[in-house]
Write a new protein. Structure first.
Lengths: 315, 299
């Protein structure tokens, strides 16, 4: 297990380094003049030079790259152009607020999708199975901002059931906060339903066809015993992996949802930074989300290894 | 003088050729027959075909000029304006009909770019394995850790937004995902006897990849193409909604939602809801087609 863990950690670090390099290529190598890109075509040359000096983008690329790596290790992401304050605390605060929204979305979607996937997988190719598959394909193909829009029109404006803006009043208790976050979280939950339900379904189908399930049935276990002891545990392995992968994706989709519902989380922070060409903020945001994704996949791999001894003993 | 006798053998270069071809077209007909039996596939195609007609005929079939015909702003749906009017008084139905145009050009091109680059990469990684595969797999992994929308946002801010940049960014971000799918398909193929036979015949790696393995992974590649097309519409629409995709005065659906959604709270829902439903219908249609293809080709 220790060997598996250390190998897995090393791979995560390599991925993180590559991720930072990709971001560096986008922000520092692709534009021919970073200062000009930020200030626009009509800014005087002196301001552009000053901006390049301030960002350090007047130096050789290799020096910039080394500097970027040093700052990555020390978690120093510089200051925002707009607020003139350190980027990291602002991003961490925003990630926290987004995590509330994303967490609620996962809390809604995970149980429903797993139950639907198991139900469909056990009734493979029946009418109900096809209905669930079709619902999954439909729900996961519609962008969050579209489901969000439809929810606002129907639930918020016509039926007036839930608030149309996601930011709760200051010092609101937890129930009020949930009430405000319920609609945006549902918009996100609908997209993930399709992925998670589909994964659980195909996992269930695979396990039901396996030899150990047949053995369990033949040695006389009841259906519910087989499901609990053998099927559930193994069928959920691919599901755990897909949930972790979705956590990275979640932070992409959340940008549009936060815009629709006017919620001040990571998405709104990134969008504001994009509108003001606040490169330090954007770069740090992408890397922090990359780290969150790495931790999520690491966590899911550990859960998978714990669920399935073949994986942890193999490596 | 020798009589030229035309025998069947002299027409066909080898007796296997025509038989193989007819088998293949038979298999293709069988696939199409299976597809046509699926209602999801037919419904998906009807919707996409409808939007293509709107995109091609454009202003020739819209009830009003979608750009320059200004009635009163935000008129609710009525017999004159079925979908109402937007904030500038333009007919929403006409704009929704023409709005399919940009996304139906940009999304397929982005998907095509991603699938072509990804297939090439996947073939190389899966066939050569070894160090090339290890290094490329790490890079693919790193790309997968990046949220597509966020990186597209960053790149479009840096490079400036234009349809070409949108196609390039979305295509490149899709490449690693396609590469991973194709790679795993190649991994199963390369162990099969026909690849060993080709190697023993002394064929070059390029020949084996392009003429032996590629035709056999075409199925997953076609599925990947339709799936990516759906995601490309999804991504381009979201980018337009965020303000870094298509720019005004384009009647693009995502852009229309972005310009009108703040009015929803005031009860003006039509100018947002109809373009939103148009996007939903298109992505769902593409995914219905992709899903049918996937299950028919896997059978």
């Amino acid at each position: 297990m220790t060997r598996y863990l250390s190998r897995r950690l090393l791979l995560s670090l390599i991925t993180l380094w590559l991720l930072a390099t990709i971001v560096f290529v986008i922000t520092n190598v692709l534009p021919s003049d970073v200062g000009r890109t930020i200030l626009g075509p009509f800014a005087p040359q002196e301001s552009v030079d000053a901006m390049n000096q301030r960002l350090g983008t007047d130096r050789a690329l290799i020096v910039q790259y080394a500097d970027m790596l040093r700052r990555l290790v020390t978690l120093d992401f510089g200051q925002s152009f707009v607020s003139q304050q350190d980027v990291l605390p602002q991003i961490l605060g925003a990630v926290g607020r987004s995590a509330k929204l994303a967490g609620l979305a996962l809390l809604i979607t995970i149980p429903i999708s797993i139950v639907a996937g198991l139900y469909a997988g056990r009734r493979r190719d029946s009418k109900r199975d096809r209905a669930i598959v079709l619902l999954g394909v439909t729900s996961s193909s519609i962008p969050e901002f579209i489901t969000g829009t439809i929810l606002v029109v129907v639930v918020g404006v016509q039926l007036k059931l839930l608030p149309v803006l996601a930011t709760p009043p200051a010092n609101a208790d937890i129930l009020t906060q949930v009430r405000y976050l319920l609609m945006p979280a549902t918009a996100m939950a609908i997209v993930y339903f399709g992925y998670i339900a589909r994964m659980t379904r195909s996992g269930t189908i695979d396990v039901l066809q396996s030899d150990y399930t047949r053995t369990a049935t033949m040695k006389g276990l009841t259906t519910s015993q087989t499901m609990r002891r053998h099927v559930l545990r193994n069928a959920l392995i691919p599901t755990v992996a897909v949930i972790a992968v979705q956590i990275g994706y979640l932070f992409g989709g959340i940008i549009a949802v936060e815009k629709i519902f006017n919620y001040n989380g990571m998405g709104a922070t990134m969008l504001f930074a994009a509108q003001h060409k606040d490169l330090p903020m954007l770069t740090a945001g992408v890397i922090v989300i990359g780290i969150v994704y790495m931790l999520a996949t690491l966590g899911s791999d550990l859960i998978t290894a714990w669920m399935n001894p073949r994986i942890r003993l193999d490596a | 003088m020798v009589d030229v006798v035309v025998t069947p053998q002299s027409i066909a270069p080898s007796p296997v050729g025509p038989v193989e071809a007819s088998e293949r077209s038979k298999a293709r007909r069988e696939t199409i027959r299976l597809l046509l039996r699926r209602p999801a596939f037919i419904i998906g195609n009807i919707i996409i075909f409808g939007w293509i007609i709107c995109a091609v005929l454009g202003t020739r079939i819209t009830p009003y000029d979608p750009f320059n015909d200004f009635a009163r702003g935000h008129l609710p749906p009525s017999p004159e304006h079925w979908f109402g009017t937007d904030r500038l008084g333009r007919d929403v139905l006409s704009r929704v009909m023409v709005g399919s145009r940009d996304v139906l050009i940009i999304a397929p091109l982005a998907a095509l770019l991603g699938v072509m680059a990804g297939t090439l990469l996947g073939l190389i990684m899966g066939y050569y394995r070894g160090a090339v595969d290890d290094v490329l797999s790490r890079i693919v992994e790193a790309f997968l850790a990046l949220p597509v929308i966020l990186v597209a946002l960053l790149t479009l801010v840096v490079l400036g937004t234009s349809p070409i940049v949108v196609i390039g960014v979305v295509g490149i971000l899709f490449t690693p995902i396609v590469a991973r799918t194709v790679r795993s398909a190649v991994l199963t193929e390369r162990q099969l006897d026909y690849v060993t036979a080709a190697k023993l015949r002394g064929e070059s790696g390029l020949f084996i990849l392009s003429r032996e393995i590629f035709p056999n992974v075409l199925g997953p590649t076609v599925v990947e193409m339709t799936v990516r097309f759906g995601y490309a519409i999804f991504t381009v629409a979201t980018l337009s909604f965020l303000g870094v995709g298509l720019q005004p005065p384009s009647p693009d659906w995502g852009l229309s939602v972005s310009q009108e959604y703040t009015n929803m709270i005031g009860g003006i829902w039509w100018s947002t809801l109809f373009p939103a439903l148009a996007i939903a219908s298109t992505v769902v249609a593409v995914n219905l087609i992709a899903d049918s293809l996937q299950s028919v080709l896997n059978e």
